[in-house]
Design a protein. Structure first.
Length: 133
């Protein structure tokens, strides 16, 4: 895999997600936030992605996270209808469900893309286990 690699980043993730991945458990997450939706949408099964609790605004070289492999990738759309005698509303929400297999703790070397409506991308380096604590 090499010492460093470029991958899509999911930012601002809940600490619980990071902890689950750090404990080496495959984890399925639902991605709804716009900045992560674009990133996750562009990730394919077999790709490696960087997951961090750091917000997209604060993402920079030195930010820590977990690199995980995408095992499953599914777009899910829900339709919600509310109505009564004088009112009818229909809404749709779309989210991504991805299953991740944690691989290693990593640090961002540099952010290569972080614009709105695009996938955030980072160049990361693996952190040896004894340095990651």
């Amino acid at each position: 895999m090499g010492d460093n690699m470029e991958c899509i980043a999911l930012t601002g993730m809940a600490e619980r997600v990071i902890t689950e991945l750090r404990n080496n458990h495959p984890l399925t997450i639902e991605v709804r936030s716009p900045h992560n939706f674009f990133a996750a949408y562009n990730a394919n099964v077999g790709d490696f992605i960087f997951i961090t609790h750091v917000s997209p605004e604060d993402l920079r070289g030195g930010s820590m996270g977990i690199v995980a492999k995408v095992l499953k990738h599914q777009v899910v759309t829900h339709r919600i209808v509310q109505s009564n005698d004088s009112f009818y509303e229909e809404r749709e929400t779309t989210m991504l469900r991805i299953q991740l297999e944690p691989r290693f703790v990593a640090r961002v070397r540099r952010v290569t893309s972080n614009q709105i409506c695009t996938a955030t991308k980072v160049d990361v380096e693996e952190i040896p286990f004894f340095n990651a604590r």
